[in-house]
Design a protein around this ligand. Structure first.
Ligand code: AMP
Length: 428
């Protein structure tokens, strides 16, 4: 019978990969918590309207990429394509405005977009997401990007560039929209069919188009950054000066519009040239009108999302292997040794040391082979004979040195050896 496969573009993350994920997630958690963010978890399924209203009807995500279906009662539901809308919804629904401590949120989890899968682009992918509500000060924009930089540095990621832009506010975007539309209409015939439609319904989205001939025309298009109002210009200048003070390098990219309609003022992306066509590792920006548009209080918002798969692909390319804690393997020879070894294994684990034992009476040679495969740092060889003498053999798998270790007090002694990284301590 043919076996069942996972859905195209949706990947299993197998145990041999999971340490990368855990490392990224743990680093994110500790840095974000230091910056005052608290975790929030929202459902993966939401009412379709939440996304069409926030992301924008005429965006690629809403038009082409959402997993949308009617449930058994005919209600339209969508697997979340991003996290911001859900977090804003939760904030409004639970009246978190009343809680002065609930301003900064983070979340990690799967997102779903019906895109053509390729390296770095999947239909289920994972994001680390951060959002802050109710702070309009440009200081926060800079702080958010600085935090992102600290996070990536702590992971050891190099070779990425921070691109920033300002998308202005609704007041300065309206006249720009007409300006852009006039320019686009002059070149109407040359655009792809998608852009011909976009230039009527949502002209800014033409900047998202990947078709080369469209890109070429847009190179000469008027830039929103040149048309933003004085307030927006001041805000952007302040963001830049705070970034300078935080010694955070950036490039201004006036063509970056981001693929979602809710952005206002500051937008940014983390760009790489090492993932082929998928050049964005993460991105975000301000969305000062979104909370109000979704029926909540008139609070500003700013946030970002990092694509975990792309981040991990880059880290793997750099081969910055995460450090694992040393593993102790218990090689068992004999029935009595098995009983004692079972207890020692559990004690080691309960003292925070990763430990594994042989349960199946294999030969010493095959147990040592297994320890090697598991990349054990230490092997405790426990035979009935050694036990009678109240001792075991401890083998350091890296230095290949072997020494006797007393059974009495074995666990604290092993802990010390691991802390010092030196098995010779066992001799005394
Ligand atoms: P966006 O919300 O589109 O700006 O996406 C934020 C980040 O999520 C991107 O920079 C990517 O790292 C990641 N991302 C978006 N779409 C996908 C996808 N289909 N597959 C993998 N990662 C993605």
């Amino acid at each position: 019978m043919e076996s069942i496969q996972a859905i195209k573009g949706m990947n299993d993350i197998l145990p041999d990969q999971i340490h990368w994920w855990q490392r990224v997630e743990n680093t994110a958690r500790s840095i974000l918590e230091n910056f005052g963010y608290r975790e929030i978890r929202t459902p993966v399924l939401e009412k379709t309207e939440l996304f069409s209203r926030s992301i924008g009807e005429n965006t690629d995500i809403v038009e082409k990429e959402m997993y949308t279906f009617a449930d058994r009662k005919g209600e339209w539901l969508t697997l979340r394509p991003e996290a911001t809308a859900s977090i804003v919804r939760a904030f409004i629904q639970h009246n978190l405005q009343a809680d002065p401590l609930a301003r900064k949120f983070y979340s990690t989890g799967p997102m779903f977009r019906y895109e053509r899968p390729q390296k770095g682009r999947y239909r289920q992918f994972h994001q680390l997401d951060a959002e802050v509500f109710g702070v309009e000060d440009p200081m926060l924009d800079a702080e958010l990007m600085y935090m992102l930089r600290v996070f990536l540095e702590q992971l050891g990621l190099s070779g990425v560039v921070l691109h920033i832009n300002s998308l202005g506010c609704p007041a300065c975007r309206a006249p720009y929209r007409s300006l852009l539309q006039t320019f686009l209409l002059q070149n109407r015939a040359t655009f792809c069919s998608d852009c011909q439609r976009r230039l009527h319904v949502n002209p800014l989205r033409v900047f998202d188009c990947k078709v080369e001939r469209c890109q070429k025309i847009i190179e000469n298009a008027p830039m929103l950054l040149d048309s933003i109002c004085e307030d927006c210009r001041d805000h952007f200048a302040a963001v830049r000066s705070y970034l300078d003070r935080l010694q955070t390098d950036y490039e201004i990219n006036p063509r970056m519009v981001r693929g979602l309609d809710y952005y206002t003022r500051t937008t940014f992306e983390i760009i790489t040239d090492r993932l082929g066509a998928q050049n964005a590792v993460g991105g975000g920006g301000r969305y000062d009108g979104l909370m109000r548009d979704l029926g909540g209080p008139d609070l500003s918002g700013i946030g970002f999302a990092i694509g975990m798969e792309r981040l991990i692909l880059l880290l793997q390319q750099q081969r910055s292997e995460p450090q694992r804690s040393p593993l102790v393997f218990l090689a068992i020879l004999g029935d009595q040794a098995k009983q004692e070894g079972f207890l020692i294994t559990q004690q080691l684990r309960s003292h925070g040391i990763e430990a594994e034992m042989d349960y199946a009476r294999h030969s010493l040679k095959s147990q040592m082979r297994r320890a090697d495969k598991l990349a054990a740092h230490y092997v405790v060889i426990l035979g009935d004979e050694e036990m009678a003498a109240g001792a075991a053999q401890l083998r350091d798998m890296q230095s290949k040195q072997q020494s006797s270790i007393p059974l009495d007090g074995l666990v604290p002694l092993l802990k010390e050896i691991i802390r010092n990284g030196d098995a010779t301590a066992a001799k005394n």
